[in-house]
Design a protein around this ligand. Sequence first.
Ligand code: AMP
Length: 139
Amino acid sequence: MTYDPNNIFAKIVRGEAPCFKVYEDAHTLAFMDIMPQAEGHTLVITKEGAESILDLSPEGAAALIKTTQKIAAAVKRVTNAPGILLAQLNGAAAGQTVFHIHFHVIPRTSGLDLKLHARETANFEQLKTLAAKIAAAVK
Ligand code: AMP
């Protein structure tokens, strides 16, 4: 599939669509998932336009995992979750719904089930507050 530069994450990168931003550097951006599977669910994306890990440059992949590590630590500090799940889906058959490479950073606690993928939109005021807390916890 050809990369669609009008996908929602590409629009967020270009500032054409809003997001609850947590972190930004020259190559990557992190923001709250608006349909979180757990409180604190954050997405990390590249600024490079690539549909999946298979299309991403090695430099983009390196930047993406570096930022993902940074954000995972910040999400853990803020949520106090004992576990952090990283998920990265490639292709519709794998469950990918937005065709711009991203990592999911999802806090996990034993016995607390994840909500369904991309189903229920969260309260935007709560997302805004969480984004500010996670942003402040990035080292
Ligand atoms: P995936 O299915 O791995 O492609 O995940 C896409 C994720 O993007 C889902 O978890 C959605 O909840 C999330 N999502 C979709 N649109 C937006 C948006 N405008 N801002 C933030 N997250 C979004």
